[in-house]
Design a protein. Structure first.
Length: 139
């Protein structure tokens, strides 16, 4: 049912993954179950955990990161953004800061969203919040 609401294609991802390991793309509903099972097997073998999730697949999105500092009093500061879109085999090759292509509105939304995510999670320390920006500008 979710595929009908969110739309296809779907990216099935290993929750503990990175670098594209455990990533499967389903373009049709009849592929989802088999590809999910495959992603779970790959995730279990690579990371020792089979937890996977599904999200709408974006073709050639921009990979934007926000660097954050958060303290135990609930204060969250976003230090800036990075463009990490230049990748080879799902591994970052270059990180450019600040992300040069973001509009002022997109940058403000990245900062506000990063602060809200960290606050809601009770996050403390230095970290990164990652975002995907679709080709049509949707964050």
């Amino acid at each position: 049912a979710s595929a009908r609401v969110v739309g296809l294609p779907w990216a099935l991802r290993a929750a503990s993954g990175g670098g594209g390991r455990g990533l499967k793309v389903a373009g049709r509903l009849d592929e989802v179950a088999d590809l999910y099972d495959s992603a779970v097997r790959e995730a279990t073998g690579a990371f020792g955990r089979g937890d996977c999730y599904a999200e709408q697949f974006l073709d050639k999105p921009r990979h934007v990161e926000a660097q954050v500092l958060a303290d135990s009093h609930g204060n969250v500061v976003v230090l800036g953004t990075r463009d990490c879109s230049l990748q080879r085999r799902n591994q970052k090759l270059v990180e450019e800061a600040p992300a040069p292509f973001l509009t002022d509105d997109q940058r403000a939304r990245v900062h506000a969203s990063a602060r809200a995510i960290c606050a809601a999670a009770g996050y403390t320390g230095a970290g990164t919040v990652e975002f995907l920006l679709s080709q049509d500008g949707v964050l």
